[in-house]
Design a binder for this molecule. Structure first.
Ligand code: PMP
Length: 395
């Protein structure tokens, strides 16, 4: 191990917790990470649902190289005509319903959430929001206002004042919500809660409530999008369409990229009274758009080949055989629930030692995160589950 680098990391880089994983990676390709000693680790979490096509997918590498021969950054978002942005918008349009036809490209998932909240306020002239309990939509102060979890949010209050919370699948609570909301923000599978799925009835009831009251329905597909749950976007499986769609993570094919997507008429309100309703210097960066265009096209054309549903079943079968029979989520966004946070932490450490990289969830430290690149093979799934099974024996 390069202990020197670890020390420099601890000394020079801002720390986010007192127990970082501290794995040093010198190279990543496909589903595998390599450390300085040449030891390889199977990536079971895709950098938190980012590397859905595996690391350094050749077409994405080529697209970034080709764009770097033309230009990197030219101007703040929204002024100059840049073909990588247009081509990405067109690629996304092909996989989205026709009404979601205006794309605001930003730098991260949090910024997509911020942009959507501002758009909802501006368009509706209203100020209130509803989010789900234990939702995670980002760490900036607007997105953080949508977080019910006081452990993570209390230190940063006051946040936005008019946010109410509803429990996922609590249909009876919907009729008690205020009828003058700017937006209701939901994730159809609450990833950081441990991959908890909305029922069809709840999703439809929320959609109906928004349509009836004029609140905008914002669906956060930052983690569920780009094929992770088996369809290009999770909302397709629910038969509903959001007014604003949030994208991020896997959208950029490994480069930083977020987007909020809406109907053109709705989106236009951000350009008037005031003009420049959302400003970003780097949003829609040419290199990121070139990578994202490939990520969208490849995901759309190879999703069937990835056999996400079959891989989900294989994980479920092997993990159940190993003794983890409470598994939640959909497709390759799964949580395997262990007896306790302590046990989960031990399993994660054991896995790392054995060459398997996994993690827990923000609000569910007792659950193992199973979100590998969609191109993971059946042999790799068997390898991962075997190590997890061994890890379970030592807790
Ligand atoms: N929404 C969801 C559902 C997320 O999982 C995340 C990140 N974990 C975000 C928003 C925020 O994205 P970012 O970290 O890129 O700001």
């Amino acid at each position: 191990m390069h202990t020197g680098n670890r020390q420099l990391f601890l000394q020079n880089l801002a720390q986010t917790s007192d127990e970082p994983l501290l794995l040093e990676v010198v190279e990543a390709a496909g589903c595998w990470l390599t450390d300085p000693e040449g030891k390889r680790y199977l990536d079971l979490i895709s950098g938190i649902s980012v590397s859905s096509l595996g690391h350094r997918r050749p077409e994405i590498v080529e697209a970034v190289k080709a764009q770097s021969d033309r230009y990197f950054h030219l101007m703040v978002y929204g002024e100059l005509v840049q073909s990588p942005q247009i081509e990405l918008a067109q690629a996304l349009q092909k996989v989205l319903p026709p009404e979601l036809n205006s794309f605001y490209f930003v730098n991260s998932g949090s910024e997509a959430a911020e942009g959507a909240m501002k758009l909802a306020k501006r368009f509706t002239g209203r100020t209130g929001f509803v989010a789900q309990t234990d939702a995670y939509h980002g760490s900036t102060q607007g997105a953080l206002s949508l977080m019910s979890n006081e452990y993570y949010s209390n230190a940063f209050k006051p946040l936005l004042p008019e946010v109410l919370f509803i429990r996922q699948n609590d249909i009876s609570a919907i009729s008690n919500l205020p009828r003058n909301l700017a937006a209701v923000v939901i994730e159809l599978i609450q990833a950081e809660r441990g991959c908890m799925s909305a029922t069809q009835e709840f999703a439809k009831a929320i959609r109906d409530f928004c349509t009836q009251t004029g609140a905008l329905l914002v669906i956060d597909e930052i983690q569920t999008g780009m094929g992770r749950t088996g369809s290009m976007f999770a909302f397709e499986q629910y038969g509903i369409i959001p007014d604003i769609l949030l994208l991020g993570k896997a959208l950029g094919g490994g480069l930083p990229m977020g987007a909020f997507v809406a109907n053109r008429e709705l989106m236009m309100s951000l350009s008037q009274q005031p003009v420049l309703g959302h400003i970003t210097t780097f949003g829609g960066n040419a290199l990121c758009c070139a990578a994202a265009e490939q990520a969208v096209k490849i995901t759309a054309s190879e999703l069937e080949q990835f056999r996400v549903a079959a891989k989900e079943q294989l994980f479920r079968r092997l993990l159940t055989e190993a003794g983890l029979n409470h598994i939640t989520g959909k497709g390759l966004l799964l949580a395997a629930h262990t007896p306790s946070a302590e046990a989960c932490k031990k399993i994660i450490r054991y896995c790392l030692n054995e060459g398997l990289f996994t993690d827990w969830f923000l609000y569910n430290p007792a659950a193992l995160r199973i979100a590998p690149p969609l191109c993971i093979s059946e042999e790799e799934i068997a390898f991962a589950c075997k190590i997890i099974a061994q890890g379970l024996k030592i807790i």
